[in-house]
Each structure stands twice: as C-alpha cells, then as structure tokens.
Design a protein around this ligand. Sequence first.
Ligand code: ARG
Length: 458
Amino acid sequence: MKLWGGRFTKPTNQLMDEYASSIHFDKKLAKHDIMGSLAHVRMLKKCNILSDNDADKIVEGLQFVAAKIENGEAVLSEEHEDIHMNIEKLLIDEIGSVGGKLHTGRSRNDQVALDMRLYLREVVHELVQLVTNVQKSLYKQAEANLDTLLPGYTHLQRAQPVLFAHHMLAYLFMFQRDAERLADSLKRINKMPLGAGALAGTSFPIDRQYVADELQFDSICENSLDAVSDRDFVVDFLSHASMIAMHLSRLCEEMVQWSSAEFNFIELDDAFCTGSSMMPQKKNPDVAELVRGKTGRVYGNLTGMLTTLKGLPLAYNKDMQEDKEGMFDSAETLRGALALFAPMIETMHVKETEMYEAVRQDYSNATDLADYLTSKGMTFRESHEAVGNIVLHCLNQNKYLLDLSLDEFRSFSDLIETDIFKALSPESVVNARKVPGGTAKESVKNQLEKAAALLKTN
Ligand code: ARG
C-alpha cells in the first residue's frame, strides 16, 4: 500500500515503480532527510501542533531509523519510491500510526529542497577544504622552487623563462577563485525552504524561523513557489564544479606533457602512475589523464541540469528528481580528484637541471635583447626588427644568442656592448621582471606572501 494510495483503485505498474523510483540514488540523502525531519517535528511540538508525547515518540523513532539505515539494517524499497517515503514508512513500522503525524504541514516538495540544500552545504564546506589542500601543495612546490627556471610558453612555443614557483602560484591563485566561488555559493544554498509545503505554504501555524535556526540556516526562502521550484543553487554548484574540473584539467595536461620524454621536466611519484600490461618500460600518468578525462562528465552534469530546468513551469515538477545524480556525481568526482591531486603535486619530483638546460637551449631571451637595444635608444619596433634578424642569423648558424661573439652582435648594432652577455643570461632575464606579479624572484616572493595570507583565511 502506497503512502498516497487513498485515491487510487489499483496498484502502480511495476515498470513504473522501477522507472520513477529514486531510492537507489537519493538514499544518499538519508542523513539529511532525518536531520530535517527532526527539526520539523521539534518545531511542530514547540508550536503545539503535535503533543509533546507524539513528538517525542517521533523523535525517538527517527533516531532509531537513522541508526538502522546507518548500519545497513533498514530495507529501502523501490515500492516506496524515494528516501522521504521510505523513511516515513520505516518510522511508521517502528512506532505505529503516530509516525504518520510527522508529515504534518510539510510536502515532499519542500522536504526534498531542504535535503538538497543540507547535502550541498556539507559538500561545499568539504570541497573548499580539499581545494585549499591542493593550494597548499602548490605553495610548497613554489617555496621549494624559487630558483628553478622553466621555459614559459605561449602557443606552446618557448616564449620567456619563468620561475617554476611562478607557474605553481598561477594555479594557486586560480584555485583561490574556486574556493571563493564555492564559499560565496553558500549565501544562496543556506536558505531554508521548509514551510513552502507543496507550493503554496501551509495552513498550520508553523514557525519557519525556528526550523532555520535549528538547522543553522542563514534565513528562510522568501517565496513558497520559488522555494520548491528553485534549483539554481544546484546549477551554481555544478558550474563551480565545472570550473574547478577545468582548472584541474589544465594542470593535468601540463603534468602529462612535462612527464613525457620530450619535455622531461618532472617525474610523478610511482604512487600516482600505472604501468602497461604489455610494454614493461612504461610509466603512465594515469591520475592526471583520468582527472582530465572526467572533466567531461562534470561539464555534462552542468549541461544536463540546465537542460532539465529549461522550460519547467512553476512549481515542483517530477523532472526535478533528475537534479540529484549529476550533483552527487560532480561532488564525488571532484572529491576524488582533489584528494589525489594534493599528494600528487606535493610528491612530484621537479627536474631542475633538465628545465634549466631547456631554458638555455632556446631564444627565450630575445625579448631581453630587444629591451636592451630599446634602453640604448632604439625604438622598440626597430629593436624588434634587429633582434629578429639576429635570431634568423643564429638559426642559420645553428647557434643560440649567447653563443654569438661581441663582434657578431655588433655587426647588427654597435649599441651592443659586453654587458649584453650578462643581460641575456636566464637568471637576469627572469630577475629583470620585477614588476608586481612578474616572475623575478623578489616579485614571486611577494606573491608567496599574498598566497600564504589567503590560505590562512580559506
Ligand atoms: N523524489 C522526489 C524528488 O526527488 C521527491 C519529491 C516528489 N514530490 C512529488 N510530489 N512527487 O524530486
């Protein structure tokens, strides 16, 4: 017998039960559902809508049901559709018909909105912590690599050398925006929908603020129709999750490239790589590849949710049951990725010597030669042209800029003097960029200080 069976004359089609039931995924909300019900029943008692005796029985029964679900003894069935009705059924089985008073002044529509918000609030707090842990490992690598030079790229062509610390900090600040976005989303998540009923509110003299306070919500949802229809906070979360996945994926790509023989800039710890079933020599950066790959499903969850909500009239529609699996999936995908990323970055071996060789074997000091000529009086356009000619000469001669003799330099411009050799060294090139936010060591140290301050407040 269904809890809502009164107006029906025959049982539901079994295929319909299977298809429409959400218990196999929304059982994840059991804890939050019971938390919400406990607050609701305490409020009903305080408002004298339920007698003390009935309310106390329900509280006790709910606690019993919670324990039963927790230790896996409770049977959750498709027949009772979702976690909300399964819990109500378990409660009634446990304490008898008085359990049927729990749902007074409440609908599954406001109930499910509440559960979603309780769940996401918890997930967001956890993800902020996990993002911060990734930032901390980036910080450690930055601190340890204040003298490590790395070829900086644009268009994946060597452009100008940078400090490895500078590169790590770029990701740290990127993840800072993610942590801030997540924290900001709590403003919209942390509103209490109960009391909206199915859509129009309830005729019982309930106290919504009391429930909000019990469950530590900042405020109550202002409008009952909006309260049961709103899943913006889920879209918000899925969008922030997509951004985090995108950021992780960019870092993954660099790790995959850098650990290839072609780059040879880092070696990932064995603990985060796998071998090949056929080729004995292989060490594959699986975690980085998989996290990059899983970005697709995180984006998919966002697109799916937006599409589900598109065109839905107010208020609750069954379509909205589709809000959960994507949300769980993005939360779990990120939880796994971030938890792996922190130790993977921290244990990453940085091949300082190889990176330095790479920096020396390129033309990434060409801008500095142009800047040198400009500081001696040429316009930047003229010096750009002159250096272009010098690079072409080097390419023909199979040389780098620092292989040229002073005479060769001077055959292009007599503004060039012996101090050019120092000016073009990789260290000078890096340390010349002292501008705030630049890659010079003193500027990167400043960034480190800023980063440390941010990590304290996350
Ligand atoms: N299982 C439903 C969901 O997740 C709960 C709300 C159902 N409400 C209803 N009137 N059918 O959205």
